[in-house]
Design a protein around this ligand. Structure first.
Ligand code: UGY
Ligand code: MN
Length: 255
């Protein structure tokens, strides 16, 4: 028997939650209000509750919506998936549409709003507790992914990496866009101390997570804990593209 809405056999899903990784597919989403946000809801995909050291959620804003602040000491990265928001920060107001992104440093007052009437927005959000490096604090960044060059990844022109945030020690996180031509794949199974949160934006492929391999497609979210073996090959007729988070530029020690 098939669930007519989700087009899956009843009681089944591709989602898988483990201690080392999670694959979260849209059929399992359950929305929740976000504290201090107005006329908005969120699906929290990745959080400390599952063992991660950051949070990743999709926020859906309806008309007359307004964001609330992250908790004290927490930095926020926002990528607009659809619709548009007005971002007010540092005395400026900017319209952010699909493909625009913003980094809001910890404790930086800001607000994202939609207008009255038929306006809405869908945002991919990453939040992380700032680990100060003892020098400069990271600054506000606002950009458009179309203005960010794609660098060939490790000599393979089938793989292009767009680094959305400056690679400066003040930033303790990276958020990148990774595009693979069909058949393109990570050159190695990666195992590293950094964590990832990932959203498939386009296309499809197969993701290796730990000792398992999963077909993945647009809309899927993946969490990879520190040291989770990981590998990806793009499959299908068009390129695959994902947005992903990584903690960087810190020594990962707890001395
Ligand atoms: O930046 C990275 O570690 C990236 N190559 N990992 C990944 O795409 N799973
Ligand atoms: Mn990686």
């Amino acid at each position: 028997m098939t669930d007519p809405i989700r087009n899956l056999p009843f009681g089944s899903t591709r989602s898988r939650i483990t201690r080392q990784y999670a694959l979260i597919t849209p059929d399992t989403h359950v929305a929740t209000p976000r504290v201090h946000w107005k006329n908005a809801s969120a699906v929290v995909h990745i959080s400390p509750q599952m063992g991660a050291r950051f949070t990743q959620y999709t926020a859906e804003l309806g008309p007359a919506a307004a964001s609330g602040p992250p908790p004290p000491g927490v930095e926020r990265f926002v990528f607009v998936l659809s619709g548009s928001v007005q971002l007010a920060v540092e005395g400026k107001s900017r319209t952010l549409g699909p493909g625009h992104f913003a980094f809001l440093p910890a404790d930086m007052p800001h607000e994202m709003t939609t207008g009255e009437g038929p306006s809405s927005a869908k945002l991919a959000v990453f939040e992380k507790r700032l680990e100060p490096d003892g020098t400069a604090a990271p600054q506000v960044r606002v950009g458009d992914q179309r203005d960010v060059a794609g660098d060939v990844f490790l000599g393979d022109p089938a793989l292009r990496l767009q680094t959305l945030l400056p690679t400066e020690p003040a930033f303790d996180l990276a958020v990148n866009l990774f595009t693979y031509d069909p058949g393109g794949h990570l050159p190695q199974v990666e195992i590293h101390v950094m964590e990832h949160g990932l959203l498939m934006l386009e296309g499809s492929g197969v993701y290796r997570l730990g000792e398992d391999w999963f077909p993945v497609q647009q809309g899927d979210v993946i969490w990879m804990a520190a040291y989770c073996p990981q590998w990806f090959v793009a499959m299908g007729k068009k390129p695959a593209r994902y947005l992903y988070y990584k903690d960087v530029s810190r020594d990962h020690t707890t001395l």
